[in-house]
Design a protein. Structure first.
Length: 149
Protein backbone atom coordinates (compact mmCIF):
# COMPACT_ATOMS: atom_id res chain seq x y z
CA UNK A 1 0.00 0.00 0.00
CA UNK A 2 2.76 2.43 0.90
CA UNK A 3 4.53 1.77 -2.41
CA UNK A 4 1.34 2.50 -4.37
CA UNK A 5 0.97 5.82 -2.55
CA UNK A 6 4.58 6.77 -3.30
CA UNK A 7 4.24 5.85 -6.98
CA UNK A 8 0.94 7.74 -7.25
CA UNK A 9 2.47 10.80 -5.55
CA UNK A 10 5.46 10.69 -7.89
CA UNK A 11 3.19 10.46 -10.93
CA UNK A 12 1.03 13.31 -9.66
CA UNK A 13 4.09 15.49 -9.06
CA UNK A 14 5.40 14.67 -12.51
CA UNK A 15 2.09 15.82 -13.99
CA UNK A 16 2.20 19.02 -11.95
CA UNK A 17 5.80 19.66 -12.99
CA UNK A 18 4.90 19.12 -16.65
CA UNK A 19 1.90 21.44 -16.35
CA UNK A 20 4.04 24.14 -14.74
CA UNK A 21 6.69 23.79 -17.44
CA UNK A 22 4.10 24.13 -20.17
CA UNK A 23 2.94 27.41 -18.60
CA UNK A 24 6.37 28.99 -18.88
CA UNK A 25 6.93 31.08 -21.98
CA UNK A 26 9.57 30.26 -24.57
CA UNK A 27 12.77 32.26 -24.09
CA UNK A 28 15.66 32.53 -26.51
CA UNK A 29 18.62 34.83 -26.90
CA UNK A 30 18.67 37.40 -29.70
CA UNK A 31 21.64 37.79 -32.00
CA UNK A 32 21.08 41.57 -31.93
CA UNK A 33 21.33 44.26 -29.27
CA UNK A 34 18.14 45.37 -27.54
CA UNK A 35 17.08 48.25 -29.81
CA UNK A 36 17.97 46.36 -32.97
CA UNK A 37 15.96 43.32 -31.80
CA UNK A 38 12.87 45.49 -31.26
CA UNK A 39 13.42 47.11 -34.66
CA UNK A 40 13.99 43.84 -36.54
CA UNK A 41 10.88 42.26 -35.02
CA UNK A 42 8.74 45.32 -35.80
CA UNK A 43 9.96 45.45 -39.39
CA UNK A 44 9.53 41.69 -39.79
CA UNK A 45 5.92 41.88 -38.62
CA UNK A 46 5.17 44.81 -40.92
CA UNK A 47 6.94 43.08 -43.81
CA UNK A 48 4.62 40.09 -43.40
CA UNK A 49 1.55 42.33 -43.49
CA UNK A 50 0.91 42.11 -39.76
CA UNK A 51 -0.43 44.96 -37.67
CA UNK A 52 1.49 46.29 -34.67
CA UNK A 53 -1.29 47.28 -32.30
CA UNK A 54 0.98 48.59 -29.54
CA UNK A 55 4.56 48.78 -28.43
CA UNK A 56 4.88 49.06 -24.66
CA UNK A 57 8.18 50.38 -23.31
CA UNK A 58 8.15 49.22 -19.68
CA UNK A 59 11.53 50.81 -18.95
CA UNK A 60 10.24 54.23 -20.06
CA UNK A 61 7.09 53.80 -17.94
CA UNK A 62 9.22 52.89 -14.94
CA UNK A 63 11.43 55.93 -15.51
CA UNK A 64 8.35 58.18 -15.72
CA UNK A 65 7.30 56.82 -12.32
CA UNK A 66 10.75 57.56 -10.85
CA UNK A 67 11.84 53.91 -10.97
CA UNK A 68 14.53 52.02 -12.81
CA UNK A 69 14.40 48.69 -14.57
CA UNK A 70 16.11 46.78 -17.35
CA UNK A 71 15.10 47.43 -20.95
CA UNK A 72 11.79 45.65 -21.61
CA UNK A 73 9.49 46.25 -24.55
CA UNK A 74 6.36 44.30 -25.42
CA UNK A 75 5.22 44.31 -29.03
CA UNK A 76 1.52 43.53 -29.48
CA UNK A 77 0.98 42.30 -33.02
CA UNK A 78 -1.27 40.21 -35.20
CA UNK A 79 -3.18 39.77 -38.39
CA UNK A 80 -6.89 40.59 -38.16
CA UNK A 81 -7.54 38.42 -41.23
CA UNK A 82 -6.22 35.41 -39.29
CA UNK A 83 -7.30 36.32 -35.76
CA UNK A 84 -10.82 37.56 -36.40
CA UNK A 85 -12.21 34.24 -37.73
CA UNK A 86 -10.65 32.45 -34.75
CA UNK A 87 -12.28 34.88 -32.30
CA UNK A 88 -15.64 34.66 -34.08
CA UNK A 89 -15.53 30.88 -33.69
CA UNK A 90 -14.20 31.09 -30.10
CA UNK A 91 -14.76 34.49 -28.41
CA UNK A 92 -12.66 33.40 -25.40
CA UNK A 93 -9.60 33.48 -27.64
CA UNK A 94 -9.94 37.28 -27.66
CA UNK A 95 -8.33 37.24 -24.21
CA UNK A 96 -5.16 35.82 -25.80
CA UNK A 97 -5.13 37.80 -29.04
CA UNK A 98 -3.49 39.80 -30.42
CA UNK A 99 -0.19 38.03 -29.88
CA UNK A 100 2.60 39.51 -27.78
CA UNK A 101 6.38 39.22 -27.71
CA UNK A 102 8.67 40.62 -25.01
CA UNK A 103 12.17 41.85 -25.73
CA UNK A 104 14.19 42.33 -22.55
CA UNK A 105 17.78 42.63 -21.41
CA UNK A 106 17.89 41.07 -17.92
CA UNK A 107 21.70 41.08 -17.96
CA UNK A 108 23.82 43.69 -19.69
CA UNK A 109 24.46 42.51 -23.23
CA UNK A 110 22.13 39.50 -23.10
CA UNK A 111 18.94 40.25 -25.00
CA UNK A 112 16.11 37.77 -24.54
CA UNK A 113 13.00 37.31 -26.62
CA UNK A 114 10.06 35.85 -24.70
CA UNK A 115 6.75 34.59 -26.07
CA UNK A 116 3.95 32.15 -25.44
CA UNK A 117 3.74 29.29 -27.90
CA UNK A 118 0.60 28.74 -29.95
CA UNK A 119 -0.17 25.78 -27.67
CA UNK A 120 -0.09 28.10 -24.66
CA UNK A 121 -2.21 30.72 -26.40
CA UNK A 122 -5.01 28.25 -27.13
CA UNK A 123 -4.68 26.39 -23.82
CA UNK A 124 -7.03 28.86 -22.13
CA UNK A 125 -9.64 28.77 -24.86
CA UNK A 126 -11.95 26.37 -26.66
CA UNK A 127 -9.70 26.31 -29.73
CA UNK A 128 -7.65 23.25 -30.61
CA UNK A 129 -4.00 23.59 -31.60
CA UNK A 130 -4.75 22.07 -35.01
CA UNK A 131 -6.92 25.14 -35.69
CA UNK A 132 -3.95 27.50 -35.27
CA UNK A 133 -0.94 25.46 -36.37
CA UNK A 134 -0.96 27.11 -39.80
CA UNK A 135 -1.48 30.62 -38.48
CA UNK A 136 -0.49 31.46 -34.89
CA UNK A 137 2.20 28.79 -34.72
CA UNK A 138 3.93 30.30 -37.73
CA UNK A 139 4.44 33.58 -35.85
CA UNK A 140 6.74 32.00 -33.27
CA UNK A 141 8.81 30.39 -36.06
CA UNK A 142 9.03 33.75 -37.80
CA UNK A 143 10.25 35.42 -34.62
CA UNK A 144 12.94 32.81 -34.04
CA UNK A 145 14.08 32.92 -37.66
CA UNK A 146 14.34 36.71 -37.49
CA UNK A 147 16.35 37.22 -34.30
CA UNK A 148 17.44 33.97 -32.59
CA UNK A 149 21.13 33.20 -32.17
Amino acid sequence: MKLKAIVFSALALTGVAQAEMSLKPTVFESKYDFNQTVSVLSETFKGKGMTIFAQIDHQAAAKAAGLTMQPATVIVYGTPKAGTPLMVKDPILALQLPLKVLVTEPQNGKVEVVLNTAEQVVAHSNTAYKDVENSLAKAEKLIQASVAK
